[in-house]
Design a protein around this ligand. Structure first.
Ligand code: NIG
Length: 396
């Protein structure tokens, strides 16, 4: 098997406190050796391997683990965004617009769109993506979405309970029955997780509990969209049901924070969403100080957060959520890995996945210090290859 070394690393973030100082486990003058996709050694510069990648004194970090995305969809909602900037509030109703476009798109079109977004994410330093369904809202389209997503990631999430589709208007419970029955039967074999948009205007606590319970009975892990548009019981529902992650958490009460702090559930913040919907930013500082495990992710979707840029999320988390740059970097790497229950991701330590980013910068501080600047010199990870496989053989 071929070994490769990333050599002459000026500053290495390992996220393993055993290897170096601080939670980020920092090393200077380092090198990382990997075999196939696994790190086998971390040490001083100059380790020998079959192939050599020269970091030329720059900073190397673990690849970003983007633990919340909706990457499979057709169409865009630029007009909705523009109206929002002029004062119209976000309410999630545009999900139906994207649903119509996605239902009408062919498999080949969806594959091309997904591949383009994966390449964009790869170029921006992302090496793992979670992908949710939720723009089909009928059995065949939801199945098409999770099947496509499962070709590029193991972290696929069935989100049939994203919104009640137009044809079920006024019959939300009937739609929940479909989600828990025929739709779950079709999607569970291609999914690792199940998720619900638990919010006023989407699904209430009882409906959300029903969907999560049905998913758990099919062996799926649980996630929840919680407290995005206002305070409510969703975060506590997610914790009480043992969700891997409750996502958004824009509004967190003291009780929510107390529940999260005493649990294994990760609070995943999505600051690009609060940016794009003009919501307040969550008080991540308060959560971290209370001992809550956190992650930060992009939530890339056409309505509330059309970005694949984790660096942008880092900058927002530092500027507007009260995190230190170290906390923000941990949240998009090892935090995302925790939210996905993937201990093999988000670190550069022996045994972990060799997913790494060489920054065009001497230190990770530049990710917040130089917002909007493409600072990724090279991403070492699987998404580029998977994107190309997705489109190979498709008619041009
Ligand atoms: O996480 N909140 C629900 N789902 C997405 C937005 C979907 C949309 O507006 O298209 C989110 O923000």
């Amino acid at each position: 098997m071929t070994t490769t070394v990333i050599d002459d690393i000026g500053l290495l973030v390992t996220n393993d406190p055993v290897l170096g100082p601080g939670e980020l486990g920092l090393l200077t003058g380092a090198s990382v050796v990997f075999e196939e996709e696994t790190v086998i050694s971390v040490g001083p510069r100059g380790q020998i391997a079959d192939e050599r990648i020269d970091a030329a004194g720059r900073c190397v970090i673990p690849g970003f683990v983007d633990s919340h995305t909706h990457l499979v969809f057709a169409g865009d909602r630029a007009e909705e965004f523009t109206a929002r900037m002029a004062g119209r509030p976000y309410d999630g109703g545009g999900i139906r617009v994207t649903t119509e476009a996605t239902r009408n798109a062919s498999d080949a079109e969806l594959a091309r769109l997904l591949a383009a977004r994966l390449l964009e994410a790869h170029r921006a330093g992302t090496t793992t993506v979670e992908i949710k369904s939720g723009y089909g809202l009928d059995v065949p389209t939801e199945e098409r979405i999770v099947t496509l997503a499962s070709r590029v990631t193991t972290e696929t999430t069935f989100l049939g309970a994203h919104l009640v589709p137009a044809e079920y208007e006024g019959r939300a419970d009937d739609y929940v029955e479909l989600v828990c029955g025929e739709m779950l039967d079709a999607c569970a074999p291609h999914s690792r997780w199940i998720d619900v948009f638990c919010e006023t205007g989407a699904f209430d606590v009882d409906q959300s509990r029903r969907v999560l319970t049905a998913g758990r009975a099919r062996g799926l892990g649980l996630r929840l969209h919680a407290n995005q548009l206002g305070p409510g019981p969703a975060v506590r529902l997610g914790v009480s049901m043992g969700c891997g992650s409750v996502d958004h958490c824009t509004y967190l009460s003291d009780d929510d924070i107390e529940a999260l702090a005493g649990s294994d559930t990760v609070a995943t913040f999505l600051p690009a969403t609060d940016f794009s919907t003009r919501q307040p930013y969550p008080d991540a500082r308060r959560a971290v100080d209370a001992g809550v495990d956190i992650a930060v992710a992009t939530n890339c979707n056409p309505g509330s957060s059309y970005t694949t840029s984790v660096s942008f999320c880092i900058a927002l988390a530092v500027r507007d959520m009260g995190l230190t740059i170290e906390e923000a970097l941990a949240a998009v790497t090892v935090g995302g890995a925790r939210a996905l229950r993937r201990p093999d991701l988000g670190r550069l330590t022996p045994g972990s996945r060799a997913h790494a980013v060489i920054l065009e910068a001497p230190s990770y501080h530049h990710l917040a210090y130089r917002p909007g600047v493409p600072l990724v010199a090279r991403t070492i990870g699987p998404l580029e290859g998977r994107a190309r496989q997705l489109t190979s053989g498709l008619p041009t």
